[in-house]
Design a protein. Sequence first.
Length: 257
Amino acid sequence: MNRRYRKTIIAGNWKMNKTAGETKKFAEELKAVMPKTKWCDVVVCVPAVNIPAAIKAFKDMRVSVGAQNVFYEKSGAYTGEVSADMLKDLGVKYVIIGHSERRQMFGETDFTVNKKVLAALDAGLHPIICVGESLEQRELGITMELIALQVKSALAGVPAEKLRKCVIAYEPIWAIGTGKTATAEQAAEVCTFIRTTVRHLYGARIARSITIQYGGSMKPGNAFELLGQNDIDGGLIGGASLNAGDFMDIINAANQD
Ligand code: PEP
């Protein structure tokens, strides 16, 4: 982290977990342990149907609500989809775009990720753009080429003034939901590379101010070390964000000096 130049953001990705009632219970549990003052921003990305319940539950808590996906068209015959304006209208602040589960299971490509990023920014949302390599790609030694491609395609057409609203999450696919965490060195190496890629595209000042998260089996036991790396400005947390105590421990790890 480098709080002098950029925000630290801890974001939970609940995936397809928790009902509206469970959302309320989680918020109460988190409120009971959350100190009033904090240095990092906290976001909880809930299933789309539970957004209204989450907005209500986290209202007095300085916890922002995020969505896990968005469609890029404004309106029309797109059965089952949700637009960026609809999310914004509900009070959503962040939206995860291009999560590897969506790329692998729901046919998302770098092209659709880019369209979603542009639509989210257009509506005034903060996209959390996920990039990351598979184990095969890491073993082939093409991680950095792949990450550069994913970052450049996701940001195509994004003007500099809007880049400030974007968060990039480095999520190695082999570390998501597997219990395998990238070492702090592996995570930091790629996060630094992402910042360098952004610097080549937008210049040093903007690259210095963009929040880059790490995601992949982050938990209370490894958060402190991961978040202690200069270029890791927060976490995107799946499994460990489902338990209020574990999530709070990670938030506390982000509040380190
Ligand atoms: C994720 O889904 O973005 C994620 C990082 O999951 P987990 O923390 O469970 O690996």
